[in-house]
Design a protein around this ligand. Sequence first.
Ligand SMILES: Nc1nc2c(ncn2[C@@H]2O[C@H](COP(=O)(O)OP(=O)(O)OP(=O)(O)O)[C@@H](O)[C@H]2O)c(=O)[nH]1
Ligand SMILES: [Mg+2]
Length: 240
Amino acid sequence: MTDRGVSVILPTYNEAGNIVALVRAVGDAIPPDWDYEILVVDDNSPDGTFAAVQSACAGDPHVVALLRTEDRGFAKSIRAGIERAKFDRVVIMDSDFTHDPVEIPRLMHIGEIYDIVSGSRFCAGGRMEDVAHYLTSMIYNWVLRLVLRTQVQDNLGGFFTARRSALLKLPLDEIFYGYGDYYFRLLHYAQWKRMTIVEIPAAYMLRTAGKSKSNPLRMIMNYSIAAIRLRAAISRESRD
Ligand SMILES: Nc1nc2c(ncn2[C@@H]2O[C@H](COP(=O)(O)OP(=O)(O)OP(=O)(O)O)[C@@H](O)[C@H]2O)c(=O)[nH]1
Ligand SMILES: [Mg+2]
């Protein structure tokens, strides 16, 4: 038995084609000397994602499926997973195989030293199979770096590890709403609370099954509004 444990949080919406294989791949990737739980946080997906996990993983003590029917949304599901996690080490990742479970041990290893370890597409060695998405994200990250005056290269990645106890000290209501924009808010407030952040290279893969939920134009619009709001909050903080 080990005293080290990790909770891997998988937010899902219509991932019935991915989730069971992903849960298995995550389980296989956890270092053998670590205890773990896999928390699938499903927002009542119409495609039966929750039921698929329930039936495939019934009796597996490592897998917990949470069904959310109210106040749904990507960022809020991640918050629910963090709040519900039983271990202090948490790993957050997408559930469509874009974030590759084989990277988890590396994140956890560096997590012994840094408060937040972010799997980044834009540091040396990072990449993304979807070239159009890679280029759009790269350009958009340049804009974010200018607006937010941050040195973080990948502000939209969302594949990371941290200590739950440290995350819960952040202003959660200011961070966990919306979509991928929650991630640059999280990184900002973490720095504001003097948490240390490091980016390590990660390869973001193509989604293996199912469809993307994101609409690129709407995302750019919403993220831009979110970035301007965060910039205004940063200016207020530095005046106070
Ligand atoms: N719980 C929950 N999960 C969501 C919601 N929307 C998306 N997700 C999950 O969040 C992750 C990212 O969503 P994707 O649709 O892959 O969006 P994306 O990664 O921004 O876009 P692509 O790169 O095109 O896949 C996936 O694991 C989704 O299943 C939601 O409203 N609630
Ligand atoms: Mg995706």
